[in-house]
Design a protein around this ligand. Structure first.
Ligand code: ATP
Length: 510
């Protein structure tokens, strides 16, 4: 389904609303509606269970959003959490300089892909893409342009040379996507942290920040957690919570928001063992995505060329969003940077005592960090579709269906009396609803013909529909309809709760 339709579907069915919409909304902030909050909670539950419940050596934390301002000095965010910003003088539109250059490279890559697709068609089974890319003159030239743009950009970003970055945009003749104009301002660094005032203290002294990542709440609590739980290395601390970034451009629905939610886990290891654990988490996190049914071709790794100030290795798990492959999750080997920095600035030791070697040291950290909202978008994006299915009378009709994994679907089952004006059917249905709602979130619906009701449930991703008909009154059985196969089976009323709970249980994929 195209992206615009996906956004309106999310609004129409109560998944996501623009924030403060009656005041025309607030850019890059969104509210999760009745079904959105369920889906989001289910995603969080899947993550939490797989991290905390399934690992004896990972424990949870819920740290405050506000932290002592020195936290952000130590972490490097005050000085270095910047994005390069540039304005177009004609359209007055603001851009991230690095994204303009990446957009330039993506356009060239799209041209290459066109040639590749054409050639693949022409040569059929004999086609070897790598050989074609390595030998075709036009592709080699284009690839050179991409490499030059990206490598030069990375170098300038590393050197923090904003002037050179601006010059590169001019050299590549990049035009404003809105106006086509090449009249650019200079590139400036823009700090992404939101600040506010604490209590009644005015000025710089009372200035505090809204956390731009949840990780620092974990680092400053490292010893509290280690001592209170008596964990031994390696062990992890997991946290789900809001983070805030004053993003320069945020135009892709919930992909890039200014207030969003992260699910982060910091894994503390012995220095020297970090690459082993980095590889472990890289694989484990990819498997987590696949277990939910995300096809391998929608996921890929992307190694960072441009490492953050704290990292010695970093990889993104990218997902094929409606607008292309983009970061969904990051796995970062953060060394001992954060703990050491907090130790230095606070003057408090943040070390681990290893009885085996009778020594204190600052552990190394491997982090997994995923945006809950991006995860939400990835699931809705890949499962929301229009398809042709046979109707009750054997004809074909199209339906909109969200084929979410039953474990994360917001509503697990719909309870539907065949007719609403037959008192016995309504009563029996309400009984089923009452019993089932003690186990899973379900909906009771009696309005409209049964086919229309099925369609409404398909559109919100409900995996099972339970229909109560005249046979029910005779033999205490109901039909259960499967959203994806459309198969209908009769089962006993007494088995409904167990069947639905079993099929929708997140344990099936843990
Ligand atoms: P990007 O390069 O897309 O800006 P990032 O590299 O800054 O992302 P990280 O700092 O690694 O992102 O944050 C970890 C995760 O948090 C990301 O993988 C992403 O899922 C999520 N995330 C980051 N920024 C946003 C945002 N503005 N809106 C929604 N999710 C976000």
């Amino acid at each position: 389904m195209d992206f615009k339709n996906l956004i309106s579907h999310c609004k129409e069915y109560g998944f996501i609303f623009p924030s403060s919409e009656i005041y025309d909304g607030l850019s890059a902030t969104y509210d999760y509606g009745p079904l959105g909050v369920e889906l989001k909670n289910n995603i969080k539950q899947y993550w939490w269970k797989s991290m905390v419940q399934m690992h004896a050596n990972i424990v949870g934390l819920d740290a405050a959003i506000f932290m002592h301002p020195k936290t952000w000095k130590a972490s490097g965010h005050v000085d270095a959490f910047n994005d390069p910003m540039i304005d177009n003088k004609d359209s007055k539109k603001r851009y991230r300089a690095d994204q303009l250059i990446e957009g330039y490279a993506e356009k060239i890559e799209a041209k290459i892909m066109k040639d590749v697709t054409k050639a693949a068609k022409k040569f059929g089974d004999d086609f070897d893409e790598k050989q074609f890319r390595d030998t075709n003159g036009r592709i080699i030239e284009r690839q050179k342009k991409i490499d030059y743009a990206i490598n030069t950009m990375n170098q300038h970003l590393k050197d923090e040379n904003m002037e050179a970055l601006g010059a590169l945009i001019n050299e590549l003749e990049i035009a404003c996507p809105e106006s086509g104009s090449r009249e650019w301002t200079e590139v400036r660094q823009f700090n992404l942290m939101f600040s506010t005032q604490l209590g009644a203290i005015a000025g710089e002294e009372g200035k505090i920040y809204l956390r731009p990542e949840t990780a620092q709440g974990i680092f400053v609590n490292f010893l509290n957690v280690q001592k209170s739980t008596r964990q031994k290395l390696p062990f992890g601390i997991a946290q789900i919570g809001k983070a805030f970034r004053n993003e320069i451009v945020a135009r892709q629905f919930i992909f890039r928001m200014r207030e969003f939610e992260q699910m982060e886990m910091q894994f503390f290891v012995k220095p020297g063992e970090e690459m082993k654990w980095y590889d472990y988490w890289k694989q484990t996190r990819l498997d987590w995505h696949k277990a939910l049914g995300t096809p391998a071709e929608n996921l890929r790794y992307h190694d960072h060329d441009n490492l953050a100030h704290y990292a010695n290795a970093a990889v993104d798990i990218e997902f094929k969003f409606p607008f292309g492959f983009r970061e969904l999750e990051g796995i970062h080997s953060r060394t001992d940077f954060d703990l050491k920095a907090h130790q230095d600035l606070s003057g408090k030791k943040l070390q681990y005592f290893d009885p085996a070697i009778n020594e204190n040291f600052v552990p190394y950290v491997v982090e997994t960090s995923i945006g809950c909202d991006r995860m939400f978008l990835s699931q809705v994006g890949q499962t929301l579709q229009e398809e042709t299915v046979p109707d009750a009378d054997g004809k074909e009709s199209t339906r909109t269906v969200m084929k979410l994994h039953p474990a994360i679907a917001p509503v697990k089952a719909a309870v539907l009396p065949l007719l609403k004006n037959k008192e016995e059917l309504v009563k029996a249905s309400k009984d089923v609803f009452k019993k089932l709602s003690a186990h899973v979130l379900c909906q009771y619906d009696e309005k409209d013909a049964i086919g229309r009701r099925y369609r409404r449930q398909d559109a919100i991703g409900t995996p099972y529909s339970i229909t109560i008909d005249f046979d029910t009154l005779e033999d205490n059985t109901v039909t259960i309809r499967d959203r994806d196969t459309l198969e209908q089976k009769r089962i006993k009323i007494d088995d409904v709760a167990k069947v639905v709970s079993d099929k929708c249980n997140v344990n099936n994929i843990l």
